[in-house]
Design a protein. Structure first.
Length: 190
């Protein structure tokens, strides 16, 4: 894992490191680049030091410290091209699994209204009931018993909305015209 620095893959994994000349210590990975694996530890380390590190989900690696900056250190893995390519794939897979995009921050307060059942009407005119999980000025969370397409326009009570996301047994929909924030309260009617 040496060479020009390319993409940085953030991945946080616990590690246990040692060598015959120092006390065992714990570290945690921070990220991986073509330059190497960056870890953090309270241990005082030196460039050129050889270590064996056991990294969760990766396994035991023989490494050499190539940089030390404060509590962070970068290691290069000793091994052939096949070993390094396999490790790179493992780290990238774990980084992608850990770095799933967070849901966007919600800009409006959500409430659970007293009215829990609401009529949902499709553009075709077909209507069926839905169960309200929560409402905000910009949208609504509903439990529904049928599949709705992302982007589909529906009417919830008397409010037009677009299906914005799916979750198990339900949808999140964004109102086409947001409500005034003071119109969102427990006794509201959709």
């Amino acid at each position: 894992m040496t060479g020009a620095v390319g993409p940085r893959h953030v991945v946080v994994l616990p590690a246990f490191c040692w060598n015959p000349r120092r006390q065992d210590f714990y570290a945690v990975t921070a990220d991986v680049t073509a330059e190497g694996i960056r870890l953090r530890s309270a241990a005082r380390l030196a460039v050129g030091e050889d270590l064996t590190c056991s990294i969760r989900y990766i396994g035991q690696l023989d490494v050499r410290i190539t940089q030390v900056i404060g509590q962070e250190f970068v290691v290069s893995v000793r091994g052939g091209r096949a070993t390094l390519n396999g490790l790179a794939r493992q780290f990238v897979t774990l980084a992608r699994a850990q770095n799933v995009r967070p849901e966007p921050l919600r800009g409006h307060r959500r409430i659970v209204p007293a009215q829990k059942t609401v009529a949902i009407t499709l553009e075709s005119g077909l209507s069926f009931p839905g169960h309200v999980l929560n409402v905000s000025a910009s949208g609504i969370g509903l439990l529904v018993d049928r599949a709705l397409e992302l982007g589909e326009i529906i009417t919830i009570g008397s409010r037009a909305a677009r299906v914005a996301r799916h979750f198990e047994h339900g949808i999140g929909a964004a109102f086409l015209e947001p409500l005034e924030p003071d119109a969102v309260h427990a006794t509201m009617t959709l």
